[in-house]
Design a protein around this ligand. Structure first.
Ligand code: ZN
Ligand code: ZN
Length: 357
């Protein structure tokens, strides 16, 4: 992980935009640029140096960890930012438009008055984060493999009469025991009609007989996330259940096989959407095909109809089409893949044939 090279890339962007600094307030972006793994810190990247602001809770940690000049926040982080900007005599400073709160912005404009021109920027660091280096890919691979291993051990927990919440609890406990730093997001276990809710977090409902069960979960290893979904059938699937499952699977496999770097996110999305639409289920597939994954579980690039940008080699994304029929249930299948020049490398090793329990 070459933090200085990342900071240098930000500097080049600053120079192009005639900015003297970028105020980085989004914590995953701060981590990406400085190496800081704590939860409260701000980076200020100027043309000459990278400064890191944190308070006494984190100064010791930051000393050993952060590739930047430490600027302690004695009062508040915002006041330290204002002091630093004043000291460095900065006049044109970029801010992260999606990430800086109105309260902080108001404080800074009040503190620094008209001496600083604030320039909203969008996704400068997020765009750099899209392409994962070898070390980042290794961390994601570890998270994905850990999750897949524990999932296969937990399949026996899925049976009629067991509450969704108990399946989630068992899974989460074993994930932690296996080495997950934490869960990447709230575990989804959605059975029967609830499987039609794309984000049906585990509830009190007991798994019934002749139901799909959607399980979607992720872990964090070395700061990097995994995200996988498998849908299993409890009972004896009828023709429709098989048809819906195989439509989703076919769309998912097609996307993984045909995607490659340089295609736009919209084109990749179309690989799943066109197939599902052609089978008559387009109206029941409301979400995007996938999303980037890394320090955050949802990050750039979003593989959606609204995103025309090309997806670069080295991006790590999910491929997760689904069909959700209200009152009936739903199916989603999700892997993590690395986008390459020639196609994609699927990291998730878990089988995808319809598993009947
Ligand atoms: Zn997921
Ligand atoms: Zn996902």
């Amino acid at each position: 992980m070459d933090l200085l090279a990342r900071q240098e890339r930000v500097r080049r962007i600053l120079a192009e935009r005639r900015l003297e600094a970028l105020l980085v307030t989004h914590v995953p972006n701060v981590r990406y640029l400085t190496g800081f793994t704590g939860s409260a810190g701000i980076a200020l990247v100027t043309l000459e140096a990278t400064h890191f602001i944190t308070d006494s809770r984190y100064t010791l940690q930051a000393h050993g960890q952060v590739a930047a000049r430490l600027f302690p926040a004695e009062d508040s982080h915002e006041r330290a930012v204002a002091d630093l900007i004043r000291r460095e005599r900065l006049r044109r400073v970029g801010l992260e438009a999606e990430r800086l709160s109105v309260a902080r912005y108001e404080f800074l404009t009040r503190e620094l008055g008209g001496s600083v021109q604030w320039v909203p920027t969008h996704g400068i660091v997020e765009e750099l984060r899209m392409v994962k280096d070898a070390e980042e890919q290794r961390a994601i691979r570890q998270a994905v493999e850990l999750a897949a291993r524990v999932f296969s051990e937990c399949l026996a927990e899925i049976r009629p009469g067991v509450r969704e919440r108990d399946v989630a609890a068992e899974l989460e406990y074993r994930l932690r025991r296996a080495g997950a730093e934490r869960l990447a997001f709230e575990t989804i276990v959605a059975s029967g009609e609830r499987a039609a809710l794309p984000h049906g977090v585990a509830s009190e409902k007991r798994i019934g007989y002749n139901e799909f069960v959607v399980i979607d979960f992720g872990v964090v290893v070395d700061g990097y996330c995994s995200d996988m979904t498998r849908t299993v059938y409890v009972g004896i699937p009828d023709g429709r259940a098989r048809e819906v499952y195989h439509t989703v699977l076919e769309a998912q496999l097609r996307c993984e096989t045909e995607m490659r770097a340089g295609m736009s996110a919209r084109e990749i999305d179309a690989l799943t959407r066109d197939l599902i639409t052609a089978r008559g289920y387009g109206a029941f597939y409301g979400h995007a095909t996938g999303h980037g994954i890394g320090l955050e579980v949802h990050e750039a690039p979003r593989l959606s109809r609204q995103n025309d940008a090309p997806v670069p080699a080295g991006a790590v994304v999910t491929v997760e089409p689904g069909i959700y029929l209200p009152g009936w249930g739903g199916v989603r299948i999700e892997d993590v893949v690395i986008v390459t020049e020639r196609g994609s490398e699927v990291l998730t090793p878990t089988p995808k044939e319809l598993l009947v329990i």
